[in-house]
Write a new protein. Structure first.
Lengths: 1139, 473
């Protein structure tokens, strides 16, 4: 058997690469005829696909003139190929025995010519785009008496589709046993003739898809195969969502990192953003705490804005999702703190409040795309400055109705604890302090004056946060549908308790629904998704971790009766906090609808509609028992708050594609109309007659507003566009632009223009590369430059407004005073992003290396510009031409280390090396708010602090550099010597699979500096305060060569030196860590068993998060830092069953 | 498919709306928890709320007591026991710009109030919703207030930037305006205020008459103008303006000294209503001692020996307006013009800003300066007699009479913010403060003539290169 293909036609249509690729394949398979045939066939199919892609957009029928006398069909076909852009596709064997034809036509269509020529030849043809398929006339076969089916000639029929239900045209179908092969037609249908009854293995293959082998039983001359093929996992050809349009890694002109849903779902976490840690180059995520629901600080490529928001823009299914915590900023969220809009990573204070992303069910996520450079983000205009994170939820898939149950549960413990003094060491420190001070313990020194049992030892870390958190997760889903309509229904439940004493938990229940529909003619498509998440978060009002410094000989927390032990009021019992709870109930509804209609070939009108509603009810309750003494109504408190956020968005778009010359042009234009409404109000009630009345706020004797009510409205409108031109998949240009208007700015500054140009050159497609560097399977150089803006400031700031004066009224009238000095002329911060990237693939893309360098400069910084008081106010919000620069290198290396039938091993490494610099800041020296904070030419993360110069051997007191030699240590002696920042960070992921087993693990590494334990611990020697073991070995007598200051409990000089020490560069130290972030082991039940039990996708698994950490950090945890609960080490096991 | 067409049409419409409606779409409604300035000045009620706010802030920030205290301890009226650095420096006349300028807390609030007064004036000018009478009264009050604040600024700081608009770009680079020019602006403002302000006291409706003397009237403008003319040595004008006030039968000197500082006293030309919830005045709660003087700021002062000894024998003011607290053999005297400290349970007193007796003393001095010595003596005696003292019996020459009037101001207007600026105005400050018998040495300091002006805020000088610090700082 031989396959015919026409090289010249193919070259015309697909360029030289295809032919050489085909040649290469031919060489590769030349050892046996069989494989040659297959190889050539594959190449042909590949070419076909390329042709389809290239010509898919051409619409008008071509007319031609041909003159052939008694020529073979082969000759006719080649004539047609020469004169048109059509390509023929057929099995050469079928031309055997056909009669010659004579064609003499002028201005005839190809269809007419072929219809005439093939008449009576028992051949038929179909035209699919630019390809003409010629095959044996099946109609005649089908119409023949006793055709396929009972009594007819035996045959196997079937249909081949892709996973998403679209028919695959030109897929090859082989029954090796019979040496029979065929190809699918326009509808994905195929027929293999002359197959005797029996059971056969059928091999189905298609370029870009995984080959599939299935069995078919032919009975009574009839067999039917229905197969769907999985898209081939070459990372380069994966679809990348870029917001308003899609592309692939291969053709992307920008920098986008995609994280697949399965990688998120492999991690036992309830917040999907947390699952991105260590996986995305350029993205640094810092958990604020291991308390369930706690917020994170997310920075993509550093800090652009000096004072305003640095959060990326989050989009869920096209709808902007607020990254601001719903937690009320006046009453806060208890131990997760108060939300801060611009908590910088460099302050050691992470973003507080409950994470808004805790209200997205990780199980509903199909993928998360992180858009970084100008090319990818400029289409988001004034909101794209800090990057864009696109969350795409799962969609239903065609096929049999599938029911999937996935359940796992496990235990979590605090990932790290500190090495603290035991009782003996603690008492030694205390005694030494009294010796140093020349004093004797007083009546309140209970720890050493005999009041407390000096033999008692408690590791308070075990008591306070040494518990085990239970994690339970259950998800069910039902999906299926036909080629035109698919659906997915899902529901999930997730509950996580805490490691604290007391009954705390975060429980989340969710429902998700997706429906897709396409009209029969495939012109109209619609997709609708809706999700609802209910979260009930009950946590303590204070983080118990903050009491880890309790003296190791401190009294027991409960008395003999099981009540809290207060030592008659002489002891502050940390467990009093178990009577102070913070509860937040959040309801989040998200909905989106996408409609598209193909007006004519190549032109689509689309529109997306989205709505998000998030609502939180908080109640922070304090019972009387939380305070020592008889129950006092005034100790019963309840803070309540309600917060609401509504967002709706409408985005009509027009998308037009057509082929121009050798390239494809794609043009997209659209508009955005968005509106956010937000409100929040909080009250504090106290004075309840009983604990039972606390939830009833009206029963309080004292009720007052907490903070002022927040009501705000945000309108946003934009016009955006994109022009993309792809010349033979070799030269790529992508131009994006957006003009947008935001209600956060004054009338003259509402509109801004942003844009970017991205270009790519796939040089591996150049002949000279192909010839000289055959090992290079892919090579692309790309670059982009453009602008984006940042409008993350509060609403209404440009408006001249009056606020109610909180002081006294006058003549019975409550009065109004000017809120701020209004400046209607400030505009967005502007980021200019430049990026260059090199992407290489070796050994047939088994090794993929991407290196990117970015250089971003943010100017027009919105800061409070200081004013002399004579202007009435001390500052005005204005654009300052200060420039912050973020540069960095990001490297990603993906390798397929082993790939055999049963065993594969893949590795993925990412590394980010970020750098930050304040390039200019006019008037910094005179700016009272910033002059001590920042320095030109230094990163924003510098910490101006005293420079620690060692311990005075004679006095045992810390010394510091007196920079100006004035004998006084004050802020004039601060030096910007150290910074709190990351030098580099990244992750290493390995995946192994062996038959049904799959093992994945991710190691996160971070090289950074951060505030150490000095930030939280007081001077060694004080009453009741335990200390890290690092303080042992302090100075005792003149001449001692110690590094720790002498202990004291009363010496003012020593204490002052200690507080200077805390404010010195000694308090910043290495906080680098390597963490086994995630490990997962899956075992899929063998296909055979599953089939017998009528199951599918059934697997058992173990997953673990934060399993171990390697660090030299002088403190609790190098990520959460300070005394926040460290991230949890979570180990879970689960089962997934599909029906 | 009909649905398709529907979608097509719908999408097309949205497209058109999208392109056409941009500019309108990004207009948001007014914030709910704040009032847009245009809205504030679109009706009488909220415009009044904005205008009255300055009085509220003057009370909450304790501006008047602050002026009374700092000028009293800078001069020779009060002995300060405060250990706060700024109080010590004020008391010893040894202020330091970098540490004290901002904690004196005059410059910052006054310029903020001036901004607000300018904002009220400007916004009312452009407003169409506020009724004409309300607009006139509120504009008059704002202009009057601006003059009042500038009076203290020039007297405490010398030349000061003259801010007459709300444009921060202009205001942020203003240099200091010569004192004479500032005075001219004050006079212009008060002249205008006279023509705008109502001649009766208004309530919160800005039109209806009320018994409370807590809003400026054209009488208040006239009284302040009399003072300003005196300070600028336009004695004929000062006399004329003072006479206008004195001749108004509405104002009488109460015979009973303890009735002078009561709310709506017949002597009151302009008072501030203190916080309706706390019942006492700033002076009352911060001057009255019920314990030994504190080392803090509130209740840290006593009547100075200089002031105490300056009362003539039989002066009823020494007993009516001064009280004492004794403890373990020590006696501390304190100002008692306001008798209600923080134990009060009803509002009996309002903080006095302009009162009739000052007008008599202004006229007395103006008449003396113009040679009308008999007239001057008559006015002087009005004040002396009320204090239980006999008619003036000193030398009848102009200089002696002026000295007598100055002395009368010292004992009549003590701790009302006059003494310190009177000493400077009459150029007697060096004589009083300096030298081995001077007040400054007695207070533990060394007199430096430069210190009669307070320092400007160093931050303001940093942020406005056109500003120059006072000499000696």
């Amino acid at each position: 058997m031989k396959i015919f293909y026409n090289a010249s036609a193919m070259q015309r249509a697909s360029g030289t690469l295809m032919s050489s690729l085909a040649q290469a394949m031919q060489k590769f398979h030349s050892n046996t005829t069989k494989t040659l045939v297959l190889g050539v066939k594959l190449a042909a199919v590949f070419i076909l696909i390329t042709c389809l892609q290239v010509s898919a957009k051409t619409t008008n029928a071509q007319k031609l003139s041909i003159s052939i006398k008694n020529g073979s069909l082969e000759k006719l076909f080649s004539e047609i190929e020469k004169k048109t852009t059509y390509v023929f596709f057929y099995d050469a064997a079928i031309l055997k025995g056909t009669r010659p034809v004579t064609v003499e036509v002028k201005d005839a269509t190809v269809e007419d010519i072929l219809q005439t020529s093939l008449k009576g030849q028992s051949l038929e043809f179909t035209i699919h785009d630019r390809t003409i398929f010629v095959k044996r006339g099946e109609k005649s076969a089908a119409l023949a008496p006793g055709g396929p089916g009972k009594g007819g000639p035996p045959s196997v029929t079937g249909v081949v589709k892709s996973e998403n239900g679209t028919p695959l045209v030109g897929a090859s179908v082989v029954i090796r046993k019979l040496k029979k092969s065929g190809m699918t037609d326009d509808n994905g249908e195929f027929v293999l003739h002359d197959v005797p009854d029996g059971e056969y293995e059928v091999e189905i293959s298609f370029v870009g898809y995984e080959t599939r082998t299935t069995s078919v039983i032919v009975e009574n001359h009839e067999g039917r195969v229905v197969a769907d093929l999985k898209q081939f996992h070459s990372q380069l050809d994966e679809t990348i969502v870029k917001g308003y349009y899609n592309t692939t890694n291969r053709l992307n002109t920008g920098n986008v990192t995609k994280i697949k849903g399965e990688d998120i779902q492999k991690q036992p976490v309830s917040d999907p953003i947390m699952a991105l840690e260590g996986r995305v180059p350029g993205l640094y995520i810092q958990q604020s705490s291991g308390i369930p629901g706690a917020n994170m600080t997310v920075r993509l490529r550093g800090q652009n804005s000096i004072t305003n928001g640095n959060d990326p823009l989050y989009i869920v299914d096209g709808v902007p999702y607020s990254s601001a915590s719903l937690t009320n900023s006046s009453i806060g969220g208890g131990s997760v703190g108060k939300p801060s809009t611009n908590a910088a990573l460099n302050t050691g204070q992470a973003q507080g409040g409950l994470s808004p992303f805790n209200n997205i069910n990780p199980a509903d996520i199909e993928s998360i795309e992180v858009l970084k450079d100008a090319d990818a983000t400029a289409i988001y205009g004034s909101r794209g400055a800090n990057g864009v994170i696109l969350i795409t939820t799962k969609k239903g898939k065609a096929g049999d109705t599938k029911f999937l149950v996935n359940v796992y549960s496990g235990d979590g413990t605090a990932a790290r604890k500190m090495h603290l003094l035991n009782t003996q060491q603690y008492l030694q420190v205390r005694h030494q302090a009294f010796i140093n001070d020349g004093e004797n313990p007083g009546p309140t020194d209970y720890d050493i004056n005999g009041t407390w049992d000096s033999t008692r030892y408690t590791d308070w870390q075990n008591v306070l946060f040494g518990g085990t958190a239970k994690f339970t997760n259950a998800q069910v889903s039902l999906s299926g549908g036909t080629a035109n309509t698919q659906f997915l229904l899902g529901s999930g439940y997730n509950r996580q308790t805490t490691v604290f004493p007391g009954n705390y938990s975060d429980a989340k229940a969710s429902v998700y629904l997706n429906i897709n529909h396409a009209s029969a003619n495939q012109k109209f498509h619609t997709s609708a998704s809706a999700g609802y998440v209910n979260d009930d978060n009950i946590i303590p009002q204070v983080d118990f971790t903050g009491n880890l410094n309790l003296a190791p000989d401190a009294p027991p927390l409960y008395d003999a009766n099981g009540n809290l032990n207060w030592e008659n009021g002489k002891f502050t019992n940390p467990l009093a906090a178990t009577f102070r709870n913070a509860r937040a109930k959040t309801n989040t509804l998200t909905g989106s609808l996408n409609l598209s209609y193909e007006i004519f070939r190549g032109l689509q009108l689309k529109s997306s509609f989205g709505y998000t509603k998030a609502q939180m009810n908080q109640t922070n309750q304090q019972l009387a028992a939380s305070v020592y003494g008889p129950p006092n109504p005034n100790n019963r408190r309840n803070q309540v708050a309600t917060s609401n956020l509504n967002t709706w968005i409408v985005e009509p778009q027009l998308d037009y594609s057509r082929k121009i010359s050798h390239g494809n042009l794609n043009v997209l234009v659209g508009t955005t109309h968005q509106q956010n409404n937000q409100n929040s109000i909080a009250q504090t009630a106290s004075g309840f007659a009983s604990d039972a009345l606390i939830p009833t706020v009206t029963a309080a004797t004292f009720l007052s507003a907490s903070g002022s009510a927040q009501v705000s409205e945000y309108h946003y409108v934009a016009f955006f566009g994109r022009i993309n031109y792809n010349w033979e998949d070799k030269y790529l240009v992508n131009i994006t632009a957006r003009r947008d208007g935001s209600s956060r700015f004054g009338a003259d500054r509402q509109f801004g223009d942003f844009g970017a140009v991205g270009a790519g050159w796939i040089f591996s497609k150049e002949k000279f590369i192909e010839h000289n560097l055959p090992f290079l399977s892919f090579g692309k150089l790309r670059a982009s430059y453009g602008t984006t803006g940042n409008d993350q400031i509060g609403d209404y700031q440009f408006l001249s407004t009056y606020t109610t004066y909180p002081g006294t009224s006058y003549q019975g009238v409550s009065t109004l005073y000017p809120t701020i000095l209004a400046n209607p002329y400030f505009g967005w911060e502007l980021v200019k992003k430049l990026e260059g990237g090199l992407e290489l693939g070796f050994l047939k893309d088994r090794i993929l290396l991407t290196a990117s360098y970015y250089h971003n400069r943010t100017g027009n910084q919105l800061v409070g510009q200081p004013l002399p008081y004579t202007a009435g106010f001390s500052s005005v919000q204005a654009n300052l031409p200060a420039v912050v620069q973020n540069t960095g290198t990001e490297i990603v290396l993906n390798t397929i280390n082993f790939q055999t039938k049963n065993f594969t091993w893949n590795t993925s490494i990412n590394l980010s090396i970020p750098r930050n610099k304040l390039v200019s800041f006019p008037g910094l020296a005179n700016n009272p708010n910033y002059k001590l904070r920042y320095a030109i030419g230094k990163p924003l993360f510098i910490q101006p602090l005293y420079h620690y110069t060692g311990l005075d051997k004679q006095t045992g007191i810390y010394t510091f550099e007196d920079v100006n030699h004035d004998g006084i240590l004050d802020s004039k002696d601060f030096q910007p010597l150290k910074q709190v920042a990351r030098n580099y960070y990244g992750g290493i992921q390995n995946s192994f699979s062996y038959k049904g087993w799959r093992l994945d693990f991710l190691v996160q590494f971070v090289k950074q500096t951060a505030p150490n334990y000095l930030l939280n611990f007081q001077i060694p020697g004080l009453f009741g305060q335990n200390l890290p073991v690092a303080v042992l070995g302090a100075w005792q007598k003149p001449g001692d060569n110690a590094s720790i200051e002498k202990y004291t409990q009363s010496n003012v000089d020593v204490a002052n030196a200690y507080s200077n020490y805390v404010a010195s560069d000694a308090s910043i130290s290495d906080a680098s860590f390597i963490r086994l972030k995630n490990i997962s082991l899956f075992y899929s039940l063998p296909e055979g068993w599953q089939r017998k039990m009528h199951l599918q996708n059934t697997r058992l698994y173990l997953q673990a998060q934060n399993l171990f950490t390697v660090t030299n950090y002088l403190g609790l945890d190098p990520e959460t830092q300070g005394w926040a609960l460290p991230p949890l080490r979570m180990i879970t096991g689960g089962i997934q069953v599909g029906l | 498919m009909k649905t398709n067409r529907f979608i097509y049409v719908l999408g097309g419409c949205l497209f058109i709306i999208g392109i056409a409606g941009c500019r309108k779409e990004v207009q948001v409604g007014a914030p709910v928890t704040q009032l847009v300035t245009n809205t504030v000045f679109s009706n009488d009620n909220t415009a009044t709320s904005a205008a009255l706010s300055i009085y509220s802030q003057m009370i909450t920030n304790n501006l008047i007591w602050n002026i009374h205290r700092i000028t009293a301890i800078s001069s020779d009226e009060l002995t300060s026991y405060s250990t706060s650095q700024t109080s010590l420096d004020l008391y010893r006349n040894a202020l330091n710009a970098s540490t004290d300028a901002s904690s004196i807390n005059i410059w910052t609030p006054l310029y903020n109030y001036i901004y607000q007064a300018n904002a009220v004036t400007e916004n009312l000018k452009n407003s169409s919703g506020v009724s004409a009478t309300v607009k006139q009264q509120l504009t008059g009050e704002s202009i009057f207030l601006r003059a009042y604040f500038y009076f203290y600024l020039v007297n405490l700081y010398g030349d000061v930037p003259l801010v007459t608009s709300t444009d921060y770009k202009t205001n942020a680079v203003l240099a200091r305006t010569p004192k004479a020019q500032v005075y001219q602006q004050i006079i212009n403002d008060l002249r205008m205020a006279q023509s705008l302000l109502s001649s009766h006291y208004v309530d919160a409706t800005d039109t209806a008459t009320t018994t409370d003397h807590i809003r400026p009237t054209n009488w208040a403008a006239t009284a302040l103008l009399a003072r300003v003319y005196l300070y600028t040595e336009s004695y004929d004008s000062a006399e004329l303006q003072a006479s206008t006030v004195i001749n108004n039968p509405l104002y009488q000197l109460p015979v009973d000294l303890t009735k002078v500082f009561l709310k709506n006293s017949s002597e009151a030309i302009w008072q501030l209503a203190d916080d309706a919830n706390s019942f006492w005045t700033g002076d009352g709660s911060n001057f009255i001692l019920n314990a030994p003087p504190s080392s803090g700021i509130s209740r840290s002062t006593t009547i100075s020996p200089q002031l105490f000894s300056s009362f003539e024998t039989g002066d009823a003011r020494k007993t009516a307006w001064i009280n004492s607290y004794s403890s373990s053999g020590n006696v501390w005297y304190f100002p008692y013009k306001y008798e209600d400290g923080n134990k009060a349970t009803t509002v009996k007193e309002y903080t006095m800003l302009l009162r009739l007796s000052e007008q008599y003393l202004i006229r007395a001095e103006s008449r003396a300066q113009q040679g009308n010595l008999a007239g001057a003596v008559a006015d002087l005696n009005s004040i002396r007699n009320r204090a239980g003292l006999a008619n003036y019996s000193g030398m009848a020459d102009k200089a002696s009479l002026l000295a007598a009037i100055a002395h009368e101001r010292q004992v009549e207007l003590f701790t009302e913010g006059d003494r310190w600026i009177d000493l400077k105005r009459t150029k007697t400050i060096d004589a009083v403060m300096d030298g081995p018998t001077g007040v400054c040495l007695a207070k533990g300091g060394v007199w430096n003539a430069n210190k009669q002006l307070y320092p400007l805020l160093p931050a303001d000088i940093l942020n406005n290169s056109n500003l120059i610090q006072n000499l000696g700082y």
